[in-house]
Design a protein around this ligand. Structure first.
Ligand SMILES: C[S@@+](CC[C@H](N)C(=O)[O-])C[C@H]1O[C@@H](n2cnc3c(N)ncnc32)[C@H](O)[C@@H]1O
Length: 257
């Protein structure tokens, strides 16, 4: 038995769990998860479509796909097939899907509208398209000052900006999906919260993103001081005493018509 410590859950999973199971994805469907990363959302899809269904996760990062493949699906879930693919280039022939989903991926693409047009080619009448994208806002917020959390937030979003990502795509997500030929069924926005009883995912996020921050010239290892971050985050949460509004999610689903 493995005693490896699991990373704290991504708080973005909570809005996903309240959204994706309620947009018409059913047992037996064929689902594509674009920009699947470590497979968190692909596994939600695999449990929704069950053993009769099929899930394909695509991502441009070999490292992310290796992490995704390392997690076994549960016994009642569909197998997930992970495949390397670049959403900014021509996609491989993947066949047609009953649902195409993604989370925090369109915001990183240089031309999300072009990618959605490509994805529409994998759709048939009634195919569900659903995305959860996050947008930059004046966050994080809480009952007290949060300078450490705010520094992390600023660094994360400044990195996305420096890499050419679209930090306000969430606000236009429904319009982009409509322009690609999908009639919108559900569109909502939700705060991503970090609760006092949850282990903070910030050190994990910062560790994963620090090389990108450094590559963009936004900080250095010494300045960011990753080693002391977990302690500084914990100290701040103790004095903040309560819910932290960490991020802003937009969740939109539609059907190809
Ligand atoms: C913030 S992560 C989100 C991962 C996953 N969807 C989740 O929510 O846990 C963004 C993912 O998009 C992938 N990505 C970014 N640009 C891409 C592209 N052009 N083609 C395919 N994947 C891309 C990255 O490799 C990364 O895994």
């Amino acid at each position: 038995m493995s005693h490896q410590k699991l990373a704290p859950a991504n708080p973005a999973n909570a809005p996903s769990g309240r959204f994706f199971p309620h947009i018409g994805i059913e047992a037996g469907m064929r689902v594509l998860d674009v920009g699947c990363g470590n497979g968190d959302l692909s596994r939600v899809m695999a449990s929704l479509v069950g053993l009769e269904g099929e899930v394909i996760g695509i991502d441009s990062s070999k490292e992310a796909l290796a992490l995704a493949r390392a997690v076994q699906p549960t016994s009642k879930s569909a197998q997930v097939r992970y495949q390397i693919a670049d959403l900014s280039s021509e996609l491989p022939d993947l066949g047609q899907f009953d649902a195409i989903v993604g989370r925090r991926v369109l915001m990183y693409l240089p031309d999300a509208a072009a990618t959605l047009t490509q994805l529409a080619r994998l759709a048939k009448a009634g195919t569900i398209l659903a995305f959860q994208e996050h947008s930059r806002a004046d966050l994080p917020a809480g009952a007290n000052d949060l300078p450490v959390h705010r520094q992390c937030y600023r660094m994360v979003w400044d990195t996305v900006t420096a890499e050419g990502g679209d930090t306000t795509l969430g606000y236009r997500l429904a319009d982009l999906m409509r322009a690609a030929g999908f009639a919108i069924d559900h569109a909502r926005s939700e705060g991503v919260l970090i609760q006092p009883w949850e282990e903070s995912f910030l050190p994990t996020l910062a560790r994963a993103m620090l090389p990108r921050m450094i590559e963009q010239g936004l900080t250095s290892e010494d300045e960011f001081d990753l080693d002391s971050l977990a302690q500084r985050v914990d100290d701040e949460r103790r004095t903040a005493k309560g819910t932290i509004f960490w991020d802003l999610a937009f969740l939109v689903s539609g059907r190809f018509s």
